[in-house]
Structures are given as C-alpha cells and as structure tokens.
Design a protein around this ligand. Structure first.
Ligand code: SF4
Length: 239
C-alpha cells in the first residue's frame, strides 16, 4: 500500500470515529470529555435541599466566623433565568436572602417593572454564600472553596440564561479576566469550572451586565442594562 492510500484510509478512519462519537454524544450514551467527572465535585449527588442544608452549616472558609446568615439562593428552582451576583451585603446577611438591600430592590424593579416577570419566577444567587466583612472583594481562596455550591445550583436548576451581575460574577462564569464593560451586551457560553451539563442539554449562555449597586452610583448606565435585559428576554422567548 502506498503513502497516499494509507493517508486516505487514515482520514476515513478518523472521520468515522468522529461520526460515531458525535452520535454517542447526541443520544446521551457518553458525556463530552470536557465535562468533569462526577467525582470532581463533593456535591455531585446532592439535590437542592441537601445542598442548602450543607451550606447552612458550612465552615469551610473563614467567612463563617463573621456571617449572620448563609445566603444560599431564592426563587424558582426550575427557572429558565438565573441572576448571579458576587456576595451577600449587610442586608442580605441579616435577612438570609440575596439582593434584598437597595441594590436588590433595583434588581427586583428590573425583573418586575422591566422584564414583566415576578421575582419568584427567576432564581437569584451569589458566588459566595457568606458576606465578606465590610463588603470587601471576595478572596480567591474563598471563591475556590465556595463556588462548588453555585456550580451545583446551576447543574440542578439548569437555566437557559444566566445574567451575571458585575465583573466578579461575569469573570467567574466565563473563566476570564476581561472587565464587565467589554463583556456586557453579548451572550457568552458558560465556562464556569467544574460545571457538568447532561449530554442532551445545551449549557446555559451568560449575559454579563452591570451590577445593580453600580447602577445606584451610575444611573446613566441603566440604559445599557436595559439593552442587555431586552436581549435576554428575546433569547428566552426563542426557547
Ligand atoms: S462562604 Fe461558602 S465556603 Fe465559606 S463558609 Fe460560607 S458557605 Fe462555606
């Protein structure tokens, strides 16, 4: 057999293996190699109530020493739309619910007056479940320790669209260091580390936009958030 015939056979073999693998993925017989194994998350077998109970007594990072509440998440646990912020603030820490302070009221206004949805129709959570003292930025080791809770929440809720509020949440969801000003306004594939998506499902898309706390300081940016929100509504209506 000459070199050209060998090369042709090799190309045909690669094509048929690829076709076979794509069929297997499509029908859910195997999962994509990029998806992490079930053993990679300590919570991979947890349902949402079990996960919430585990988080409620979590002492895995130093933030447990200063918190009043673990702020797990709230809303429709089968929502198509999920909002993800950075971490609880003082009001959230007191009440045990995300986005209930002034910034939270603005988020509720965006959801209810802007999107014509009910706050209870969506799911709202943060990257960190406990408040960093003085509302300082989350430390990298805190994020690493806490983020498996959020990843499992996303796996269980299976939203179609995630709105990442602010740089911090957007960068975590997209696995990037690019700032929110450049990221916002476009959908991006969710690229959060450790997320497993069933082979018959599409991974969620992420719309980064400004955090409501930023809007309180910069009301002029509300127009851009509204543009982002309109794209989210359009995307949800396609599904
Ligand atoms: S921030 Fe997360 S990891 Fe840290 S104590 Fe709270 S729930 Fe546990």
């Amino acid at each position: 057999m000459d070199r050209d015939s060998l090369r042709k056979d090799y190309i045909e073999l690669v094509a048929s293996v690829r076709e076979y693998m794509e069929e297997q993925l499509q029908f859910g017989f195997i999962e994509a190699a990029s998806q992490e194994s079930a053993e990679s998350s300590p919570y991979s077998d947890f349902d949402l109530p079990t996960l919430a109970t585990d988080a409620a007594s979590c002492t895995k990072c130093p933030l447990h020493e200063t918190r009043n509440s673990v702020v797990f998440g709230v809303g429709d646990t089968s929502a198509d739309l999920m909002f993800i912020g950075e971490a609880p603030g003082a009001d959230e820490d007191r009440q045990g619910e995300p986005f209930v302070g002034r910034a939270g009221q603005l988020l509720t206004q965006i959801i209810e007056a802007g999107m014509k949805l009910k706050r209870g129709d969506v799911y709202i959570a943060n990257v960190l479940k406990c408040r960093p003292p003085g509302n300082r930025n989350p430390a990298p080791d805190e994020v690493e320790t806490c983020s498996p809770y959020l990843v499992r929440q996303i796996e269980l809720i299976q939203p179609k669209v995630i709105v990442a509020l602010g740089s911090f949440a957007a960068q975590m969801m997209l696995g990037t260091k690019i700032g929110i000003t450049k990221l916002r306004g476009e959908f991006h594939p969710c690229n959060v580390a450790g997320l497993r998506v069933p082979s018959h499902k599409q991974p969620p898309v992420v719309m980064p936009t400004y955090h409501p706390a930023y809007l309180l300081r910069n009301p002029g940016a509300k127009r851009e958030v509204w543009e982002d929100v309109k794209k989210v509504l359009a995307r949800l209506s396609e599904a």
